[in-house]
Design a protein around this ligand. Structure first.
Ligand code: GLU
Length: 297
């Protein structure tokens, strides 16, 4: 079976050099290995994603000389798939509703911090304090009955215990195969440490999925065998491996690549005159110039 690669941008802004690097690495790897290249539009965040950004993704990638299989999978059109996966996890007793607002969670974290140090996840965000998990059953039922909106969270402790019992007993640990590198040079067989993320959100209040859940479901449904993406997502792979183990999905191999930085050494977050593909094209750059700028042959 030929390897299957994918580039999975979110249409919440215009593409920049960092996206170009990632897309070209995937595309070149697929070409070199006789593999397939898929484009996936990760548009579950209805408040930030816009059709003009999606159109621009197609234009900019075509300009770079990249072609992809059609139809393109757009996550917003597959919410039922994600719902089903959450129900599978709920059936394992691993999902609970979390009714708090962001402000309430921030207040709960501040309360904890007033007493002692409070841990952060690998992205630097404070861990969710887990109050909704300990909500008495009657109170939870009452809130559900009022129709209060809620997110659905993974009970990380229970999820890890379940995979420990099933997977660790067989293999020693939940791991993934890394052909690239983590932030500290991690490579080869990497141990997944999903506990570090706490009770992650599986479905948000406003949409029945989340980044972690939909990426895992889609990679499996699309038969993706090689995930090539930025190093900023390296430790997210721990959560992805855990979800794959719980859902019985085959793990791809991973290659996390270096990030393209701006002149001040920061990760690119939005396109600017110096880094945006549209802007650079407007200034007369060619796709060969873009390859050179990101250090690709
Ligand atoms: N949609 C994610 C992003 O734009 C990438 C997801 C992935 O490659 O796993 O950052």
């Amino acid at each position: 079976m030929p390897p299957v690669f994918r580039f999975a941008p979110s249409p919440n802004g215009y593409l920049h050099l960092g996206h170009a690097y990632s897309a070209l690495l995937n595309f070149d790897s697929a070409r070199r290995s006789g593999g397939r290249f898929l484009l996936r539009i990760e548009d579950i965040d209805a408040t930030r994603c816009r059709p003009e950004f999606e159109t621009a993704i197609y234009e900019d990638l075509a300009w770079l000389g990249i072609s992809w299989e059609t139809p393109v999978r757009r996550q917003s059109g597959h919410l039922a798939d994600y719902r089903q996966a959450i129900e599978t996890l709920a059936g394992l007793g691993l999902v609970y509703p979390s009714f708090e607002s962001r402000a309430e969670i921030a207040r709960l974290v501040a309360e904890r911090r007033a007493q002692a140090a409070w841990p952060c996840d690998p992205d630097g965000a404070p861990l969710y304090p887990g109050v909704a998990k300990r909500l008495p059953q009657v109170e939870r039922a009452r809130l559900l009955e009022t129709g209060a909106p809620y997110a659905r969270r993974l009970d990380m402790e229970a999820a890890c215990a379940k995979t420990n019992a099933k997977t660790y007993a067989k293999t020693g640990a939940l791991t993934w195969i890394e052909h690239g590198q983590g932030p500290e040079g991690e490579t080869g067989v990497v141990a997944a440490g999903a506990e570090a993320w706490g009770d992650v959100v599986l479905a948000r209040k406003e949409t029945p999925t989340s980044y972690h859940l939909s990426v895992v479901v889609d990679d499996a449904l699309q038969g993706v065998t090689e995930v090539v993406r930025g190093q900023d997502l390296f430790w997210s792979t721990s959560v992805h491996r855990l979800l794959q183990a719980l859902l019985g999905l085959p793990p791809p191999v991973y290659r996390h690549h270096r990030l393209i930085l701006d002149a001040a050494g920061r990760k690119l977050s939005k396109s600017t005159a110096a880094t945006g593909l549209r802007e650079l094209r407007g200034q007369g750059a060619t796709s060969a110039d873009i390859r050179r700028l990101v250090g690709l042959p």
